[in-house]
Design a protein around this ligand. Sequence first.
Ligand code: NDP
Length: 394
Amino acid sequence: MSARLITILGATGSIGDSAADIIARDRDRFAVHAVTANGNAAALAERAVTLGAKKAVVADEQALPALREALAGTSIVTSAGEAALEETAADPVDMVISAIVGAAGVRPTAAAVRAGNDIALANKECLICAGDAFMKLVRDNGVRLLPVDSEHNALFQLMEGRNIGDIVTYTITASGGPFRTWPADRLATATRKEALAHPTWSMGDKVTIDSATLMNKGLELIEAMHLFALPPEKLDVLVHPQSVVHAMATFVDGSVHAEMGAPDMRRPIAYCLYWPDRCGWAATRLDLAAVAELTFEHPDPERFPALRLAREAMQKRDGAPTVLNAANEVAVDAFLRGGLGFTHLPAIVEQTIAEADSRGLLSGPASIDDALELDRQSRIIANGELEKRFAAAS
Ligand code: NDP
């Protein structure tokens, strides 16, 4: 069997680390064509060398001299900038792992799809920012889209070989994040450090903050709606602090099937990389007796309004998820840089959606370019909302 040729977009991030670990353990099975990052030249150079990549690309052109220096004496081809990133994503490979964080991942992933490359999709923003247009692109180009996100990977596994008409509810689980048991009045004091201390998963900063607000679960509902062409009313969320059950399918006869596994992203990533085979080893094995207890509860909409906002955007569809995603990226960035309080995160998102609606911006983006233009306008509105909030506080 010839090795599967892989490109990793976002190779220096948390998903990139996990993907690299799997690939490095099975050199006969996988070969790496290209790795990309934003500006972290040193980490990218190291990744390119260890994985034997042919190309290394940074989105930030200012990082190119450092990348060139770090790779001097090797035959690895370097380049920089958004066009170079898209060109590289479009180089023919067996699979592109889409693991850039945020809407910045949409264009390179779309370029990979247009080129006919199969995708292992971690970048949920492709589906939240540009869901209808992105899924049309996937269909038109006949590429395979395998979900990396653990809950969607679990749903994919639960649906494989099933009569989909027999499934009445698709439930994804949420750990509940670090503030699951905090009373409402304490949430206003939550710090960056506390919000980044995820109880079960180790992930990049953006998705970790989204997990603390439960926005991540809302984004994942929208992601599932597009990935599996499901009506919103069939999608549900349960808080499950142990993060052992990732998703459940409830069948017409009342049977509930659950997908379980240790909370380790290498499992769903390996599932995509090896599909349709099973990866023959497990990075971590689930010891249910050690976990001892599996508990479930409904999410609290009062303390975690982000989930409600995402559900509303999912119901409205059209441009609402695009605006929600852009506003949330702006708000999370402001929280991480300091200055925006934890409970103000959903407020910025809500105000941005209301303002975009009043400007008549919420009609459906017909193409990926339209979605990214709406993303750009939404960021301007969200930054305006941030400024108003900072002005009121000073
Ligand atoms: P990280 O923040 O850890 O890594 C992000 C990666 O994207 C880095 O390689 C970074 O490069 C690169 N990047 C950042 N900005 C840009 C840009 N403007 N242009 C090009 N590349 C850029 O993110 P995660 O790995 O946590 O998440 C990646 C995606 O996967 C997200 O969409 C997230 O929602 C999703 N996901 C993540 C999970 C996890 O466990 N981490 C679980 C499920 C989904 P650099 O290092 O140079 O900054």
